[in-house]
Design a protein. Structure first.
Length: 123
């Protein structure tokens, strides 16, 4: 007997990640993105964690996730606390990890039906 996960056709999952390249569905992306199960915001402005500004988090906040995964690039780098304060004030959980780990964690949480979004810096 074969078991398969029945996912809606519109569900965005990360199909692959390598430094400089992210595959979501049939698309290959080379710039940072914000993704949730139902939304893909491509060409997200910050291209490295040092460029991340408070206003860059607004598209993620608009998705109203319970948890936001922040993929900081090739290695885990924490942004300034002031940037994270906006997420905490909105009562959104945040986890910071390298982008590969954020992709894997995002897929697991989406597969569980969780309200998750990932802001992924492709570096």
């Amino acid at each position: 007997m074969k078991f398969t996960l029945d996912r809606p056709a519109t569900l965005y999952v990360v199909r692959g990640y390598s430094p400089g390249l992210l595959r979501i569905g049939q698309r290959e992306l080379t710039r940072s993105v914000i993704v949730s199960a139902a939304s893909l915001i491509d060409d997200w402005r910050p291209q490295n964690i040092g460029e991340l500004a408070a206003e860059d988090l607004e598209p993620a906040l608009a998705l109203r996730p319970e948890v936001l995964l922040l993929g900081s690039g090739a290695r885990q780098v924490f942004p300034p606390h002031e940037l994270l304060a906006r997420l905490h004030a909105a009562r959104i959980g945040v986890e910071i990890m390298d982008t590969g780990a954020a992709c894997r964690t995002y897929n697991v949480l989406v597969g569980e039906g969780r309200a998750v979004a990932a802001a992924l810096i492709i570096a």
